[in-house]
Design a protein around this ligand. Structure first.
Ligand SMILES: NC(=O)c1ccc[n+]([C@@H]2O[C@H](COP(=O)([O-])OP(=O)(O)OC[C@H]3O[C@@H](n4cnc5c(N)ncnc54)[C@H](O)[C@@H]3O)[C@@H](O)[C@H]2O)c1
Length: 403
């Protein structure tokens, strides 16, 4: 397949591009490198030393003999160039990772709220309009998030895959309908993903676009078989308070002797997936697209759920760290149930990688190898969900000094 990977320089997009290339697909990355620019803005770097996109692509050619194309393009603002690339490349499939993806960053300031909405909604809509304009029948897989469902909305009922069956009482009797699962976003970032869903529903219905929306859990891990083939291919590892994901943050904190930062009681339950399963799920989704005229296919891209406090205890036990309970900057319930259905990926043949499968050891090894690159002043999450909210700053005196 000829595949375009939008956002292919990012944490999920880079290993996906290599995996698809390794599987024999003809891959071109489209990326405006905005994630690297946000690193500069936040004065933080990936824990792992990631190379420039040019160096990465040359290294991949050296180790695999395969070429991955690259087009520097802002999908949100360069619509005409996007149309030209689609006409030129005529992809069979497109993977859309190209959005601002950090909830804390999206809640920092009104500028980052507006950037997140402008970037994410325009990128998604430009892509859909460009597919219609070019008449391409490419299968589109988009990365959504489990956060579109919200947490605890349906108590202990399992979260279905995208659609909910509801019964309506009408004067003529009871009607049964399947509706898009009610959206319950917890941040501006999550809100953009719920808006994406409406764009997909409309373009699938109106224009017959073939769309798969992957509601992904929190990704953990760093390396895949492909990124591990050369140090120049190493994947990014975000650890800061805005972009770091919870399990990777705990591993890094333990590696430098920093207390594990649990927000609130740690009773929040979240869904997880290892980066190795992310790349496999994308390939499965591209190989099994919906037909024209179908509604968007929604798959829950998760393999297990854990309570945040339980994860912290697990990492603390393995690596010998303390745990610090900090004020929760988010507006969310202290505790929630989360049972997620992921039957479709299991039926397609996904063999889930579990936390117990020894890969925590790999994360621990990476965190320890690159511990000298950590800037401890970037660990605490400083973004708060509403004005006047208590922040972790109050407790900073109890934590190790900034480095
Ligand atoms: N990382 C996770 O735990 C996680 C969990 C659930 C869902 N997701 C989703 O997966 C996708 C990828 O996440 P990630 O962790 O790889 O994020 P990332 O920030 O590392 O990668 C996103 C990439 O998209 C690029 N990009 C952003 N806006 C762009 C634009 N307008 N034009 C061109 N390129 C643009 C960035 O430069 C970056 O390389 C996101 O949509 C995210 O919402 C990620």
């Amino acid at each position: 397949m000829r595949v375009l990977v939008l956002g292919g320089d990012g944490f999920c997009g880079w290993p996906t591009s290599l995996y698809l290339s390794d599987s024999g697909h003809d891959v071109t990355i489209l990326d405006n490198l905005s994630r690297r620019k946000i690193d500069i803005e936040l004065e933080v770097e990936s824990l792992t030393p990631i190379q420039s996109i040019g160096r990465r692509l040359r290294a991949w050619k050296e180790v695999s003999g395969r070429e991955i194309g690259f087009v520097g393009l802002d999908i949100a603002t360069e619509y005409d160039r996007l149309v030209d690339v689609l006409r030129d490349q005529r992809p069979d499939a497109i993977v859309h990772f190209a959005e601002q993806r950090a909830a804390p960053y999206s809640m920092r300031t009104s500028a980052t709220k507006r950037y997140t909405v402008d970037n994410n909604i325009r990128a998604t809509h430009n892509l859909l309009a460009a597919l219609v304009e070019t008449g391409l029948d490419a299968a589109l897989a988009h990365l959504g998030t489990m956060g579109v469902y919200g947490y605890g909305w349906s108590g202990s009922a399992p979260i279905p895959e995208g659609y909910l069956t509801v019964k309506l009482t009408t004067p003529d009797g009871e009607l049964e309908r399947e509706i898009l699962h009610p959206a319950n976003p917890g941040s501006v970032y999550h809100m953009t993903k719920t808006l994406d869903q409406l764009l997909f529903s409309f373009y699938a219905k109106n224009d017959g676009l073939r769309i798969t929306d992957l509601h992904q859990g929190i990704v953990w891990g760093t390396q895949t078989d492909q990124t591990a083939r050369d140090v120049a291919l190493i994947n990014r590892f975000d650890y800061d308070g805005d972009y770091g994901t919870v399990l990777n943050r705990f591993l890094m904190q333990a590696a430098i002797g920093h207390p594990l930062t649990v927000h609130g009681t740690g009773g929040q339950t979240r869904a997880f997936i290892h980066i190795r399963d992310t790349v496999r799920c994308i390939e499965l989704a591209l190989e099994n697209p919906p037909q024209a005229g179908d509604r968007p296919r929604v798959l829950n891209q998760v393999t297990e759920t854990h309570q945040v406090g339980g994860l912290a205890k697990m990492v603390a036990d393995i690596m010998g760290a303390d745990i610090a309970y900090l004020p929760n900057p988010r507006r969310e319930a202290d505790e929630n149930d989360l049972i997620v259905t992921n039957d479709q990926f299991l039926a397609l043949g996904l063999e889930p990688t579990k936390l117990s499968d020894g890969l925590l050891e790999e994360g621990r090894e990476i965190a320890q190898r690159y511990r000298d690159r950590v800037d401890p002043s970037k660990i605490i999450a400083r973004s708060v969900w509403r004005k006047g909210m208590e922040t972790a700053e109050d407790l900073l005196t109890d934590l190790p000094p900034e480095g």
